[in-house]
Design a protein around this ligand. Structure first.
Ligand SMILES: Nc1ncnc2c1ncn2[C@@H]1O[C@H](COP(=O)(O)OP(=O)(O)O)[C@@H](O)[C@H]1O
Ligand SMILES: [Mg+2]
Length: 302
């Protein structure tokens, strides 16, 4: 595995935030029905109120791992194509992992879709589909990890975020099954019983939680088109758009889960995503070098 890589794309040092006034930590002793309390600014306000929202406003929000680049390796678009699609991409990754702190999130693909179809036929609710949907991405992540094991590939789970600095310190590349762990607690979605939060959402939310530098979706098309290019060869490529613009287009199908575009308009850190064609050699390297290949989607104004 060799020495820890010399990560080329370390984020610039953020300026130090202005010192914040100390938080009150005064105990308010009570007796009987008059409960003992802590004098916190959230003590007397509804947690959804404007007063609650004002608490902490203006303070910089921590980017936990600001120099990590999160890549989603598509399940159906890449993994399901086997060696022909994956091996050239792995050759690129073996070079790129020495220059960038990568976190690989992996999708489920056709086997997950089959499981969803059977579950829908059997009348399973969204919660059960979301639970079932967690399994296939683990299979794909495990295979990807084995393929990258000799190059420092390490399988991690959603509970392992606290160990990420250790993996990077020894030059490893963490690999995460992309399904978010909402499981039985998956929210009812607006578009039927298939879970709204699948592996695109899981990988994007991972990048956001870590305050990562970038989130790049590696799929099998050159990004977003105005129609599914597999069904419509006349589909027009859209090189750049905002999340709101894409949602307003009302396209019947998208290259990325729509919920990602919805969250992009609310998130703190990950204000841009990029979708690239991982079947074209060199595309991932170009994207990591900062080229706007594929489609770049911006969060747009807050
Ligand atoms: N408007 C669109 N633009 C581009 N691709 C689209 C569009 N609508 C649907 N697709 C399809 O989305 C696919 C990629 O999504 P998907 O297969 O879910 O990726 P993943 O493998 O990451 O799960 C492409 O193969 C493409 O056929
Ligand atoms: Mg998908």
């Amino acid at each position: 595995m060799g020495c820890p890589p010399d990560f080329a794309d370390r984020a610039p040092e953020a300026p130090l935030p202005a010192p914040a006034p100390p938080l009150a930590a005064r105990l308010l002793p009570g007796a009987g029905l008059d409960r003992t309390d802590i004098d916190t600014p959230l003590r007397r306000v509804g947690l959804e109120s404007a007063a609650a929202r004002a608490v902490g406003r203006g303070r910089p929000v921590l980017r936990v791992l600001p120099d990590v680049v999160v890549l989603k390796i598509g399940g159906q678009s890449i993994m399901d194509r086997g060696a022909a699609a994956l091996f050239p991409l792995l050759d690129e990754l073996r070079v790129l992992r020495r220059q960038h702190k990568l976190l690989l999130g992996v999708g489920g693909g056709t086997r997950a879709r089959h499981a969803y179809a059977v579950a829908l036929d059997l009348g399973m609710p969204t919660s059960v589909l979301a639970k079932i949907g967690m399994n296939v991405p683990v299979q794909n992540a495990r295979m990807l990890q084995m393929l990258l094991a000799a190059d420092g590939g390490v399988l991690i789970s959603n509970d392992d975020f606290a160990h990420l600095p250790l993996h990077y310190a020894v030059g490893c590349t963490p690999i995460l099954p992309g399904m978010p762990p909402f499981s039985f607690w998956e929210k009812p979605g607006p578009r039927g019983r298939i879970p709204t939060h699948r592996t695109d959402a899981g990988v994007y939310l991972t990048a956001e939680a870590l305050g990562a530098a970038r989130c790049i979706f590696v799929k099998d098309e050159d990004g977003l088109y105005d129609a599914n290019p597999k069904e419509n060869p006349q589909a027009r490529h859209i090189p750049r758009a905002t999340a709101a613009e894409v949602l307003a287009m009302g396209l019947p199908d998208l290259v990325v889960e729509p919920v990602v575009l919805e969250y992009m308009q609310r998130t703190e850190h990950l204000r841009q995503i990029q979708i690239i064609n991982g079947l074209v050699p060199g595309m991932l390297s170009r994207a990591l070098a900062g080229e706007p290949v594929g489609t770049v989607i911006d969060a747009g104004p807050r």
